[in-house]
Design a protein around this ligand. Structure first.
Ligand SMILES: N[C@@H](CCC(=O)N[C@@H](CS)C(=O)NCC(=O)O)C(=O)O
Length: 198
Protein backbone atom coordinates (compact mmCIF):
# COMPACT_ATOMS: atom_id res chain seq x y z
CA UNK A 1 0.00 0.00 0.00
CA UNK A 2 1.24 3.52 -0.77
CA UNK A 3 2.23 5.58 2.23
CA UNK A 4 1.79 9.34 2.61
CA UNK A 5 4.20 10.93 5.06
CA UNK A 6 2.83 14.16 6.43
CA UNK A 7 3.50 16.66 9.20
CA UNK A 8 1.30 17.83 12.05
CA UNK A 9 1.42 21.55 11.27
CA UNK A 10 1.97 21.28 7.56
CA UNK A 11 -0.40 22.95 5.13
CA UNK A 12 1.49 21.32 2.22
CA UNK A 13 0.82 17.92 3.76
CA UNK A 14 -2.88 18.77 4.05
CA UNK A 15 -2.97 19.59 0.32
CA UNK A 16 -1.44 16.25 -0.70
CA UNK A 17 -3.69 14.35 1.72
CA UNK A 18 -6.84 16.00 0.30
CA UNK A 19 -5.74 15.18 -3.28
CA UNK A 20 -5.33 11.49 -2.42
CA UNK A 21 -8.72 11.40 -0.71
CA UNK A 22 -10.34 13.28 -3.58
CA UNK A 23 -9.00 10.66 -5.95
CA UNK A 24 -10.37 7.90 -3.69
CA UNK A 25 -7.03 6.13 -3.62
CA UNK A 26 -6.17 3.82 -0.73
CA UNK A 27 -3.08 4.82 1.27
CA UNK A 28 -1.54 4.55 4.71
CA UNK A 29 -0.54 7.75 6.40
CA UNK A 30 2.28 8.50 8.75
CA UNK A 31 2.13 11.79 10.60
CA UNK A 32 5.41 13.23 11.89
CA UNK A 33 5.58 15.88 14.55
CA UNK A 34 7.39 18.80 12.97
CA UNK A 35 10.00 19.60 15.55
CA UNK A 36 12.66 21.78 13.81
CA UNK A 37 15.47 19.86 12.11
CA UNK A 38 14.10 16.42 12.90
CA UNK A 39 13.11 15.24 9.43
CA UNK A 40 16.58 15.82 8.06
CA UNK A 41 17.74 12.96 10.28
CA UNK A 42 15.01 10.67 8.92
CA UNK A 43 16.09 9.91 5.33
CA UNK A 44 13.90 6.80 5.29
CA UNK A 45 10.94 9.16 5.35
CA UNK A 46 12.13 12.15 3.38
CA UNK A 47 15.38 12.76 1.49
CA UNK A 48 14.58 16.45 1.10
CA UNK A 49 13.88 16.85 4.84
CA UNK A 50 10.43 18.16 3.92
CA UNK A 51 6.94 16.69 3.96
CA UNK A 52 4.72 15.62 2.27
CA UNK A 53 6.25 12.54 0.67
CA UNK A 54 4.28 9.79 -1.06
CA UNK A 55 6.02 6.41 -0.95
CA UNK A 56 5.04 4.23 -3.89
CA UNK A 57 7.00 1.00 -3.47
CA UNK A 58 10.62 2.09 -3.32
CA UNK A 59 9.96 5.42 -5.01
CA UNK A 60 9.50 8.56 -2.92
CA UNK A 61 7.46 11.27 -4.62
CA UNK A 62 8.14 14.47 -2.73
CA UNK A 63 6.50 17.89 -2.90
CA UNK A 64 2.75 18.53 -2.76
CA UNK A 65 2.50 19.63 -6.39
CA UNK A 66 4.30 16.53 -7.73
CA UNK A 67 2.04 14.33 -5.60
CA UNK A 68 -1.08 16.15 -6.82
CA UNK A 69 -0.04 15.74 -10.47
CA UNK A 70 0.85 12.06 -9.96
CA UNK A 71 -2.48 11.36 -8.29
CA UNK A 72 -4.30 13.27 -11.05
CA UNK A 73 -2.69 10.99 -13.66
CA UNK A 74 -3.75 7.89 -11.74
CA UNK A 75 -7.40 8.96 -11.93
CA UNK A 76 -7.41 10.01 -15.59
CA UNK A 77 -7.25 13.74 -14.87
CA UNK A 78 -10.21 13.85 -12.48
CA UNK A 79 -8.43 16.33 -10.18
CA UNK A 80 -8.50 19.06 -12.84
CA UNK A 81 -11.29 20.51 -15.03
CA UNK A 82 -12.11 18.67 -18.26
CA UNK A 83 -11.96 21.78 -20.42
CA UNK A 84 -8.41 22.53 -21.65
CA UNK A 85 -8.62 26.29 -21.02
CA UNK A 86 -10.06 25.79 -17.55
CA UNK A 87 -7.38 23.18 -16.90
CA UNK A 88 -4.67 25.69 -17.83
CA UNK A 89 -6.24 28.29 -15.51
CA UNK A 90 -6.57 25.73 -12.73
CA UNK A 91 -2.89 24.85 -13.08
CA UNK A 92 -2.02 28.56 -12.87
CA UNK A 93 -3.99 28.85 -9.63
CA UNK A 94 -2.30 25.81 -8.14
CA UNK A 95 1.13 27.00 -9.29
CA UNK A 96 0.53 30.47 -7.82
CA UNK A 97 -0.38 28.91 -4.48
CA UNK A 98 2.64 26.65 -4.66
CA UNK A 99 5.23 29.29 -5.52
CA UNK A 100 3.60 32.55 -4.45
CA UNK A 101 1.99 34.27 -1.46
CA UNK A 102 5.35 34.52 0.22
CA UNK A 103 4.35 37.36 2.58
CA UNK A 104 1.36 35.37 3.76
CA UNK A 105 3.52 32.36 4.35
CA UNK A 106 6.19 34.33 6.20
CA UNK A 107 4.04 36.72 8.21
CA UNK A 108 1.15 34.33 8.87
CA UNK A 109 2.53 30.84 9.45
CA UNK A 110 -0.01 28.02 9.42
CA UNK A 111 -1.68 27.68 12.82
CA UNK A 112 -4.42 25.50 14.19
CA UNK A 113 -6.08 28.29 16.16
CA UNK A 114 -6.78 32.03 16.08
CA UNK A 115 -3.81 34.33 15.79
CA UNK A 116 -3.06 38.01 15.15
CA UNK A 117 -0.77 39.56 12.53
CA UNK A 118 1.46 42.06 14.41
CA UNK A 119 1.66 44.69 11.62
CA UNK A 120 0.77 43.58 8.09
CA UNK A 121 3.28 44.59 5.41
CA UNK A 122 2.20 46.25 2.16
CA UNK A 123 2.99 43.02 0.35
CA UNK A 124 0.80 41.02 2.71
CA UNK A 125 -2.14 43.37 2.09
CA UNK A 126 -1.61 42.98 -1.66
CA UNK A 127 -1.61 39.18 -1.41
CA UNK A 128 -4.80 39.16 0.68
CA UNK A 129 -6.50 41.38 -1.90
CA UNK A 130 -5.21 39.13 -4.66
CA UNK A 131 -6.83 36.12 -2.98
CA UNK A 132 -10.08 38.03 -2.58
CA UNK A 133 -10.10 38.79 -6.31
CA UNK A 134 -9.27 35.19 -7.25
CA UNK A 135 -11.84 33.70 -4.91
CA UNK A 136 -14.41 36.23 -6.04
CA UNK A 137 -14.33 34.41 -9.39
CA UNK A 138 -14.90 30.97 -7.86
CA UNK A 139 -18.00 28.98 -8.66
CA UNK A 140 -19.86 27.25 -5.84
CA UNK A 141 -19.43 25.06 -4.03
CA UNK A 142 -15.95 24.52 -5.55
CA UNK A 143 -13.78 26.70 -7.76
CA UNK A 144 -14.75 24.85 -10.93
CA UNK A 145 -18.05 23.54 -9.60
CA UNK A 146 -16.74 20.06 -8.80
CA UNK A 147 -13.81 19.62 -6.39
CA UNK A 148 -10.35 19.75 -7.99
CA UNK A 149 -6.77 20.15 -6.84
CA UNK A 150 -7.37 23.93 -6.87
CA UNK A 151 -9.65 23.57 -3.87
CA UNK A 152 -7.20 21.20 -2.19
CA UNK A 153 -4.46 23.82 -2.58
CA UNK A 154 -6.56 26.79 -1.42
CA UNK A 155 -8.37 25.14 1.52
CA UNK A 156 -5.48 25.52 4.01
CA UNK A 157 -5.10 29.16 2.89
CA UNK A 158 -8.82 29.80 3.47
CA UNK A 159 -8.45 28.48 6.99
CA UNK A 160 -5.17 30.31 7.58
CA UNK A 161 -6.74 33.67 6.67
CA UNK A 162 -9.70 32.88 8.91
CA UNK A 163 -7.35 32.13 11.84
CA UNK A 164 -5.69 35.51 11.28
CA UNK A 165 -9.05 37.28 11.40
CA UNK A 166 -9.54 37.70 7.64
CA UNK A 167 -12.87 36.44 6.42
CA UNK A 168 -13.99 37.75 3.04
CA UNK A 169 -17.53 38.80 2.15
CA UNK A 170 -19.48 38.15 -1.06
CA UNK A 171 -18.49 35.35 -3.42
CA UNK A 172 -14.91 35.25 -2.10
CA UNK A 173 -16.28 34.80 1.41
CA UNK A 174 -18.73 32.10 0.31
CA UNK A 175 -15.88 30.19 -1.32
CA UNK A 176 -13.64 30.68 1.73
CA UNK A 177 -16.37 29.32 4.02
CA UNK A 178 -17.01 26.37 1.73
CA UNK A 179 -13.31 25.45 1.76
CA UNK A 180 -13.06 25.69 5.55
CA UNK A 181 -16.19 23.59 6.02
CA UNK A 182 -15.25 21.06 3.33
CA UNK A 183 -15.40 17.64 4.96
CA UNK A 184 -12.03 16.59 3.52
CA UNK A 185 -10.34 19.69 4.91
CA UNK A 186 -12.05 19.29 8.28
CA UNK A 187 -10.92 15.64 8.40
CA UNK A 188 -7.22 16.46 7.96
CA UNK A 189 -7.52 19.43 10.30
CA UNK A 190 -8.90 17.16 13.03
CA UNK A 191 -6.02 14.73 12.55
CA UNK A 192 -3.51 17.57 12.87
CA UNK A 193 -5.26 18.94 15.95
CA UNK A 194 -5.11 15.53 17.61
CA UNK A 195 -1.48 15.03 16.77
CA UNK A 196 -0.02 18.50 17.24
CA UNK A 197 1.38 19.66 20.56
CA UNK A 198 0.69 23.30 19.63
N1 LIG B 1 7.31 22.91 -1.78
C1 LIG B 1 7.10 21.90 -0.76
C2 LIG B 1 7.13 22.55 0.60
C3 LIG B 1 7.17 21.51 1.71
C4 LIG B 1 7.45 22.14 3.06
O1 LIG B 1 7.93 23.28 3.18
N2 LIG B 1 7.17 21.37 4.12
C5 LIG B 1 7.42 21.81 5.48
C6 LIG B 1 6.18 21.71 6.32
S1 LIG B 1 4.85 22.64 5.67
C7 LIG B 1 8.44 20.89 6.13
O2 LIG B 1 8.48 19.71 5.82
N3 LIG B 1 9.28 21.41 7.01
C8 LIG B 1 10.24 20.58 7.67
C9 LIG B 1 10.35 20.83 9.14
O3 LIG B 1 9.59 21.68 9.63
O4 LIG B 1 11.16 20.16 9.77
C10 LIG B 1 5.77 21.18 -1.06
O5 LIG B 1 4.93 21.76 -1.75
O6 LIG B 1 5.60 20.03 -0.63
Amino acid sequence: MNQLIIGDLSSWSARAWICLKLADLPFDELMLRLVPNTIMHMPDYSDSSLVPVLKVGKVKIHDSLAIAEYVNELVQGRLLPEDAMQRAQARSLVAEMHSGFMALRTECPFKLSDWKIPKPSERLSFEVQRLERLWGEAQTPFYWGKPTMVDAFYAPMAYRLHCYGQHFTGQAGAYQTQLIEWELFQAILQKMRLWSVN
